[in-house]
Design a binder for this molecule. Structure first.
Ligand code: UTP
Ligand code: MG
Length: 474
């Protein structure tokens, strides 16, 4: 089914026929204007019938404003009011948008069944009236002059699960087959951290990023910003992002095993996984920055012990996430029971960050993915090492490019960002160039077998900068 887009799309169907579900599975949230949702905005909730007048006033203003800008607008109401329907059709004509009518053809019994299963069912006589009116209305709709009248059968609604289902969403990949996750490492969020975070996460979701990852550091690292710049606790922060209801996969890149007992990380990640319907991941590493450990009263043992802890940590997390509560008696870790509820929704991927030979071995043997820097030719060597040990371990890269709208802009950014590094060196190290340049380079990464790009840009100041990156995700 290919409906014109952009378009004005008007839904018609009784309660429980699946209008909102159909729309939610096909359109961005901001494209849908729903009388129920607006009752909740101007009244006490979606069922506040006293707020209907105000809700429709607002709905008409949204329809007028969006269509005036040529934006796709999906009108989610019962659709039975002929005067309103004809006015929407006229509006579409006026602004030159295709006018699409989507008519639900869900069997009455199915509407009743879905209605009854709801928290606040529409009273049975009201639904009966809607069903009768709908049947009478359907034959007339074809005569109103809509450009497309699309009938949605019960099979079509039930074939596609509602977007809010607990199933992991379809993975977002670029045409090159790459998953691109926005790595957020700076937080210039001013007076309103939550608003900033919300803006960045929503923009990343709308731009088509597959996910959002956060650094896990206790003090901002010198590679990124000053020590007094904000660097929030990532699991708490990801919890706030989870509350936004985006389709983004969420996790850390990476959590040092030295920061928290691995069972606690397992608990945090499993919680995030259920809050996101199965879209959490955990990046883990051995930790490297002594200063933050000392400042926070944490041990920072020598590398070999940290790598031992990394192995034990991954084994512990996987044991706790496994089915059942049986004791775990593994190669490195013994646990008397593995009672960890909530359980992750699906497999919770562990991404092991680092490039040392032992870290790569840990990634290939205990992890689901390895994260290494994207720079060639070193990357080619890491991939070879990983592949020697595992066919299936996914290769993910941390990519830190300087991206400009054109060559001029890219070089202006290099000049702003380079600090004391020579411009040419900084430009080379950060692959300074346009979106198209990055895409060309990423083609090479995809050919090498890279699965995921964690994209960090040094001058990501907020949502506007995320939108600037949307072209990377085509
Ligand atoms: P909707 O909430 O999509 O119906 O689905 P609607 O037409 O928009 O209803 P009103 O007019 O706003 O009242 C109703 C219920 O049916 C389930 C949804 O999850 C929701 O609880 N549903 C919908 C299914 O179980 N399967 C479907 O294919 C569609
Ligand atoms: Mg609805």
């Amino acid at each position: 089914m290919n409906l014109p887009d952009p378009a004005l799309v008007v839904l018609v169907g009784p309660s429980g026929s699946g209008k909102s579900t159909w729309a939610g599975a096909r359109y961005r949230r901001d494209e849908i204007v729903s009388s129920d949702a607006l009752r909740g905005v101007v009244g006490s909730g979606p069922h506040d019938l006293d707020a209907t007048g105000d809700a429709f006033d607002l709905l008409e203003r949204v329809v007028a404003a969006r269509t005036g800008r040529g934006l796709t607008t999906v009108v989610d109401t019962l659709g039975t009011d002929q005067v309103r329907r004809r006015a929407w059709l006229a509006r579409a004509r006026e602004v030159g948008l295709p006018a699409v009518l989507v008519v639900m053809d869900t069997p009455d019994a199915e509407c009743r069944r879905r209605n009854a299963a709801r928290d606040r069912p529409v009273p049975a006589p009201v639904l009966a009236g809607q069903l009768t009116r709908h049947r009478a209305l359907v034959p007339e709709l074809g005569l109103e002059g809509w450009d497309v009248v699309h009938t949605v059968t019960a099979e079509e609604t039930s074939a596609e699960p509602p977007k809010a289902s607990r199933e992991p969403a379809v993975e977002r990949r670029t045409s090159q087959g790459l998953k691109v996750v926005l790595q957020v490492s700076r937080f210039p969020w001013g007076e309103d951290p939550l608003a900033w975070l919300t803006g960045v996460a929503r923009a990343a979701d709308q731009a088509g990023f597959a996910g959002l990852s956060l650094m896990d550091h206790l003090i901002q690292i010198p590679q990124v910003d000053r020590a007094w710049a904000s660097i929030p606790e990532p699991w708490v922060t990801l919890g706030a992002v989870a509350g936004l209801g985006t389709e983004l996969e969420l996790g850390t890149l990476v959590t040092p095993v030295t920061f928290r007992a691995p069972g606690i990380t397992a608990k945090a990640a499993a919680t995030l996984d259920v809050l996101t319907g199965g879209r959490a991941f955990v990046g883990v590493g051995a930790g490297w920055w002594e200063r933050e450990h000392a400042a926070y009263g944490l041990d920072f043992p020598p590398p070999r012990e940290r790598l031992d802890a990394l192995e034990r940590g991954i084994e512990t997390m996987k044991a706790l996430w496994a089915a059942g509560t049986k004791p775990h008696d593994g190669a490195r870790v013994s646990l008397p029971e593995t009672t960890c509820y909530p359980r992750p929704v699906g497999t919770l991927p562990v991404i092991v960050g680092g490039t040392g030979p032992r870290t790569l071995r840990v990634a290939a043997t205990l992890g689901d993915a390895a994260n290494v820097p994207s720079a060639r030719p070193a990357l080619d060597g890491y991939v070879e090492t990983l592949r020697r040990r595992s066919e299936s371990v996914r290769v993910t890269v941390l990519d830190l490019p300087t991206i400009g709208t054109d060559r001029e802009d890219a070089w202006a950014r290099v000049e702003r960002l380079r600090g004391r590094t020579a411009a040419a060196a900084y430009a080379e190290r950060t692959h300074a160039g346009t979106v198209a340049d990055q895409r060309d380079r990423w083609g090479g990464l995809a050919d090498l077998g890279v699965d995921t790009v964690f994209l960090g840009v040094a001058d990501l100041d907020g949502a506007d900068d995320v939108e600037r990156l949307a072209g990377l995700l085509a």
